[in-house]
Design a protein. Sequence first.
Length: 397
Amino acid sequence: MSIRVINDKCTGCTLCVKACPFAAITMVDKKAVIDLDKCTLCSACVETCKFNAIEIKRESKGTPDIDQFKGIWVFGEQKKGIVQPVAFELLGKARELADELKTDVSCVLLGHNVQDKARELIERGADNVYVVDTPELENFLDEPYTKVLCRLIRKYRPEIFLCGATFIGRALISRVAVRLHTGLTADCTGLSIEPEQKILLQTRPAFGGNIMATIITKNHRPQMATVRHKVMKELPPDASREGKIIEEMVDRPLLTSRAKILDIVQEIESTVNIAEADIIVSGGRGMKGPENFKIVEELARVLGGAVGSSRAAVDSGWMPYSHQVGQTGKTVCPKIYIACGISGQIQHLVGMQSSDIIVAINQDPHAPIFTVATYGIVGDLFQVVPLLTKKFQEIKK
């Protein structure tokens, strides 16, 4: 896609300047001038212009020199100098994909005082770590992170780029894909390599989670995908691994931002982080009411685990959203997942089916949850769950 101003038609009315949500248009000599670094091709200016003086061309010719793109890159998300677990999970998957493609794995680390974390990324599967360490990147801001990342991708040309589907990842990678004119598949639950064409197969839930769609980016590079935390398995650290640490210097204009962080306020409310729990006991519509979640909470307490819930329970107001497991909630991968009164619609399954052990308790023997369960108990959860709690209490004593 490209955008241009037709000077012969532009009257200098400034309507496009007012319409642009990204402040990408200014007036020079009474003619509109578009800053391509700020423009996102949203078309707001085209729709506003009464004189048809702005034109957007949409063409899909594909990425030129597509064969020159090699290697798999992972965005090494960090907060306060601590690399986030999702980066390690993506490095583990990238290592698997790279072995099939016979290529290398690289990680991009942006921040301030983060050089010492590069070695940790190599131990987790990276062959190369590209580090941009500067005070302007200490805290995440959309513009500088996007511009720096695009500069590195254009310079080194990776064929695949993976990023965590976190708050930071979602804000960043969509902007990068637009600037690079390539495709992006969000919230993938599976990644693999097509054996003949050697392209990335990106699988994610579609149509409200009713089907699993496999998406390819055939004619554009890099092939980009985001993956939720806990979907992929991270590799154990290997201190014997060797790799390269490449320190990159970037031009100062790339570090500028129209936004400024005034203050960072830590969250005061204490909520259970079910994404990190080793044991989760979840309740669904079968709990029949918020008061009945106390039996789920009691079992979780005895096991030293966290309480989860299905979307139906959250929508009914029985549990807060922070406990929701599934496509529109959190993706979890505990050692043990106990589903109480959860039928197992695909939207829920994609958020917990990678758990090591799944125990399903449901009165309906045909409930979809049993198709992924390691152990299934067909019975009344109001009888079964208290008995389990009592038995575990006896064992612990």
